[in-house]
Design a protein around this ligand. Structure first.
Ligand code: ZN
Length: 100
């Protein structure tokens, strides 16, 4: 019931997402017991996923932050009435502002 590292990696996402079936989970666990590398990968994937879930779990922060950013941009635009050479999206609209 030994599977290769490649097979484990192919099932990794399903396993981490709890979408793998019993036999897949059993294969991965058996492999993890013998392969420290894959064990580490699974553990780190799990904690990464948990971290992501926690970061995106706070539903309030990203939209309000985005709202504040766009309000600031509008205000800057209005008060300065900037011409085209000073675009307000310069540096203020990084993709980090959005949720995830
Ligand atoms: Zn392995």
């Amino acid at each position: 019931m030994n599977c290769s590292c490649d097979e484990v990696l192919a099932m990794l996402h399903a396993f981490v997402d709890d979408e793998a079936d019993e036999s897949q989970c059993a294969q991965i666990r058996a492999h993890m017991a013998e392969c420290a590398e894959c064990d580490e990968i699974v553990v780190s994937q799990r904690s990464f996923k948990a971290l992501l879930a926690r970061a995106c779990g706070c539903e309030e922060a990203p939209p309000s932050l985005r709202e504040r950013v766009s309000m600031t941009r509008i205000r800057v635009e209005v008060t300065n009435a900037v011409p085209d050479d000073r675009r307000p999206d310069d540096g203020s609209s990084s993709p980090d502002d959005g949720p995830c």
